[in-house]
Design a binder for this molecule. Structure first.
Ligand code: KIV
Length: 291
């Protein structure tokens, strides 16, 4: 049988710490307080996206402590070209499935484009939907200073917020898909954005596609954890889109993706094997039949 999983990295789970987010002994649902304590301990943690109950249950059993029902579902699950068309109702349905499929991971539901840009009141209404109808433990939204008021109101209302700065894919039509924070002025803006979301009460902040040195500086400056994607090795956590990390997404991957499996080949081979069995009359056999 082909071995598709790559060798494990040298550093592994901290099994000596029963409270560790990954590799610890805890079985109850992880909370944002656990995330805060992990930063105080200097502990790194992994986050993967998930869009359905079954995949989420695999990651939960593997010990992934935080899952994001990202609007990347637009590209990776719903067949859109960007995240822009994704709706709040779609993410509510997917988030509810991920919550149902898991018992330990903190589930973060993404607020899609158009569900919070009108202002704090719209953001609160949208976040309430994700919390009440899907059961997520936190929400994520894009933007630094420009989303300060939204984050503040959500946190005051009791909804934990993960912020997202750097490359913000919902702004593809103005920003494109380019590295953010290059050059002195852009770096200063990124630092202002990071401090602004922390001051507003965000419990963590995603840094997407920013220079590694700048991400390291933000991580040293903030007391909340940074979650990197294309932001180098020095952030507190790392997130990958699961279909990229496990090799289900087709085509060329961005440089920051590490592919840990080749599910596209595994699934294609299995589908062909099934088709050949059917065409050749070797499936079903007696053991698959009832009388
Ligand atoms: O929607 C998403 O999956 C994201 C991650 C890439 C951080 O925002």
């Amino acid at each position: 049988m082909t071995q598709h999983v790559q060798a494990a990295p040298t550093q592994s789970a901290d099994s000596s710490n029963p409270k560790a987010l990954y590799g610890g002994k805890g079985t109850r649902r992880i909370t944002v307080r656990d995330i805060t304590l992990a930063k105080e301990r200097g502990e790194k943690w992994p986050m993967l996206t998930a869009y359905d109950a079954m995949t989420a249950s695999v990651f939960d059993e593997a010990g992934i402590p935080v899952m994001l029902v990202g609007d990347s579902a637009g590209n990776c699950h719903l067949g859109y070209e960007t995240t822009v068309p994704v709706t709040l109702d779609q993410l509510t349905m997917l988030s509810a499935a991920v919550v149902r499929g898991t018992s330990r991971a903190l589930i973060v539901g993404d607020l899609p484009f158009g569900s919070y840009q009108e202002g704090p009141t719209q953001a609160l209404r949208s976040a309430m939907q994700l919390v009440k109808e899907a059961g997520v433990g936190a929400v994520k939204l894009e933007g630094g200073e420009r989303s300060h008021a939204q984050i503040k109101l959500l946190v005051e209302a009791g909804i934990p917020v993960m912020a997202h700065i750097g490359l913000t894919p919902q702004s593809v039509n103005t920003q494109g898909y380019r590295v953010q924070g290059r050059g002195e002025e852009a770096a200063q803006q990124l630092l202002r954005d990071a401090k602004s979301v922390q001051d507003a009460g965000a419990f963590a902040v995603v840094l997407e596609l920013v220079p590694a040195e700048l991400a390291a500086e933000v991580t040293r400056t903030l007391h909340i954890p940074t979650v990197g994607i294309g932001a180098g090795p020095e952030t507190d956590a790392q997130v990958l889109v699961w279909t990229d990390a496990l090799g289900l997404t087709g085509g060329k991957m961005p440089r920051f993706v590490k592919q840990y499996a080749d599910l596209r080949t595994v699934m294609s081979d299995a589908a062909k094997a099934f088709a050949e069995d059917v065409v050749g009359g070797t499936f079903p056999q007696e053991e698959h039949s009832v009388h």
